[in-house]
Design a protein around this ligand. Structure first.
Ligand SMILES: NC(=O)c1ccc[n+]([C@@H]2O[C@H](COP(=O)([O-])OP(=O)(O)OC[C@H]3O[C@@H](n4cnc5c(N)ncnc54)[C@H](O)[C@@H]3O)[C@@H](O)[C@H]2O)c1
Ligand SMILES: [Fe+2]
Length: 384
């Protein structure tokens, strides 16, 4: 029997008001001073300040590092390491989307493993020796699940690359999944991050390493996104709560088995054109689902069932596979996802180079269908 490994974060709180537990956990663990890692927008729109208010009320000391930008860079991490040292922080409170939480992970890992201060050497599976500075993570988007994954993604601007780091030492110790933190998301952000969560669930469901336990998590996440994303984008509270949970469940799965070619091809789009991660994934998902369909056994039937396609249980396999791809495509269209890569700024002349980056991406080998640079070029061109 194959040995499968599952790594999850230590403690998680779910539900409206969960952020109150940030103070309880910090006190219980004897933490003295936090570095709050977030972005300026989340301070300005009084999202991050909901959490700092909890720290204030509990008399807990902290300093804020709010220079995080979407698709965070090596330099953002290095400035954060300096800020953590200057603050004398013994833990991190990460508040934001994947960009803030990922940067916090890299900062936390480097503080306790300073030999990786160049950041680049953390790419792939780095041989870090010590757990990161403890991270309490508060997601504000419902997409990346960075609060429960062992991955983080950093941009190497000098080489126009996004690189994925996989390290069990980076996982936040406590996560606070509080839909109140996500209510302020504008429609477009809610749609793209929700489609990122769906991409995690579908790629994790069909990836080479998928197994019973992760299948259970991914199919549940697919069901939640299929039922709730449209209403969540419309701002309905109950649906945003469902999506907060759904994206986390997908993270419990994919973090342990990997992803596939959608993520492999999405990362270079963000590195080259600063495309938001969720938008890049969402645009590519139906195309790559179609490309992979012969390599997925009965799994697209399960997806079609969760998308409520009539007769999916008994339909011919080829028909049900196409129906699943179509349902995912329609969801993307309904929530306003661009359907052409040129809309994201992609230029034909860049494709050959971008395809090489996609082929080398850490996520690509997890794809159920083995691929090649030539096939990736053809895929990009087909939806330019
Ligand atoms: N660690 C992982 O496992 C993992 C998985 C997938 C993606 N990622 C990475 O995460 C990053 C993307 O993260 P993201 O999609 O969550 O977005 P993000 O963190 O880049 O945030 C995007 C924008 O949304 C704003 N925002 C966030 N929450 C808001 C809220 N509640 N209200 C209003 N505005 C809000 C932010 O201020 C920011 O301007 C990418 O770099 C991606 O590669 C990581
Ligand atoms: Fe993603």
């Amino acid at each position: 029997m194959t040995v499968n490994r599952m790594i999850l974060n230590e403690t998680s709180y779910f539900g409206k008001g969960a952020i109150k537990e940030v103070a309880t956990e910090a006190k219980k663990r004897g933490f003295k001073k936090a570095l709050v890692v977030t972005d300026k927008g989340l301070i300005k729109f009084e999202v991050a300040t909901k959490v700092t208010a909890v720290l204030d009320e509990a008399g807990l000391a902290y300093e804020i590092y709010d220079d995080i930008v979407p698709n965070p860079t090596i330099e953002d991490v290095q400035r954060g390491v300096k800020a953590a040292k200057t603050a004398g922080a013994d833990y991190i409170v990460a508040i934001g989307g994947g960009s803030s939480i990922d940067t916090a992970k890299a900062i936390g890992v480097i503080i306790t493993n300073p030999e990786f201060e160049d950041v680049l050497s953390l790419e792939g599976v780095a041989d870090t020796k010590n757990p990161a500075l403890p991270i309490l993570a508060v997601p504000t988007t419902s997409g990346t699940a960075a609060e429960v994954t062992i991955n983080y993604v950093i941009t190497d601007k000098a080489n126009s690359r996004k690189f994925v780091c996989v390290d069990s030492h980076d996982i936040p110790v406590v996560a606070f999944i509080d839909s109140d933190m996500m209510m302020g998301m504008p429609k477009g952000l809610c749609a793209s991050t929700g489609m990122d969560a769906l991409t995690h669930a579908i790629e994790g469901y069909i990836t080479k390493g998928a197994w019973e336990m992760t299948d259970m998590l991914h199919i549940k996440a697919i069901e939640i996104v299929a039922n709730s994303l449209r209403d969540s984008v419309e701002g309905k509270q109950a649906a945003r709560e469902e999506m907060a949970l759904g994206q986390y469940i997908a993270g419990m799965g994919f973090s342990n088995v990997g992803l596939g070619l959608v993520h492999g091809m999405a990362h270079p789009l963000s590195a080259w054109y600063n495309t938001p991660h969720g938008v890049a994934c969402a645009a590519l998902l139906p195309l790559i689902m179609d490309y992979n369909k012969e390599y997925t056994g009965e799994k697209y039937r399960d997806i079609a069932v969760k998308f409520g396609i009539e007769g999916a249980e008994t339909m011919a396999l080829s028909a049900v596979r196409d129906a699943a791809v179509q349902a995912v495509k329609q969801l993307g269209i309904d929530v306003g996802i661009p359907q052409h890569l040129a809309e994201l700024g992609m230029k034909e002349a860049d494709i050959a180079k971008i395809a090489e980056d996609a082929y080398r991406d850490v996520c690509t080998p997890g794809n159920p269908r083995d691929t090649s640079v030539e096939e990736i070029i053809a895929l990009y061109k087909s939806m330019l």
